[in-house]
Design a protein around this ligand. Sequence first.
Ligand code: C5P
Length: 223
Amino acid sequence: RKNLVVAIDGYSSCGKSTLAKALAKKLGFIYIDSGAMYRAVTLYFLRNQIDINNIEAVKQALEKIELNFHSRDYQSHILLNGEEVSEEIRLMYVSEAVSPVSAIKAVRHDMVKQQQRMGKSKNIVMDGRDIGTAVFPDAQVKFFMTADPKVRAERRFKELQSKGDTQTTLEDVFENLAHRDYADTTRAESPLTRAEDAIVLDNTNLTEEEQLKFALDRVEPLL
Ligand code: C5P
């Protein structure tokens, strides 16, 4: 039988990856964090001072980037040219630089191609911004996640604090999320938008268990 693809899209810090990981674990599917790929590319550009307005420099840099996942434990450890960068790509300075990088056509083209290859003939859960619209428009199940922006900022703020970031304030996080949502929904190249056939999941007042149940109820009948 055909492989099953679960696409999870939505705004920044809506808990997409938490749900995606839980779902993948429960179903025995492979979890792929597409945002980590854009973050890793951004990290490479920052480290190598790639001028993102110079399309030739961007294309040359993309050729030097190799991304790999170690997703055995569904925590999606990502390797950038062999180096484990999973922690570093979550830091604020990367979050602040990622939107313009992910808006570049050549970058998206390259990432989407890799993502489609990763999902080929496998059961996967992939989360991001354009999974149900551009990467896997034929995904059998699509979720579109939203949550109150204040609740999202608080969740991400706590996460940063638990990782020892004492510099970033709640306001910084709130502004970064608002900025990324705006950039992601208004960019020309595959903007964040709900696919017509995506199921909306607003998790403002839902526990992780409730979200998992909501999703399983919709995926399990297809197994
Ligand atoms: O999901 P995460 O917040 O880690 O993604 C980081 C950034 O990468 C997003 O703000 C967005 O600009 C970009 N992104 C994207 N398309 C995806 C996943 C992420 O443009 N499929």
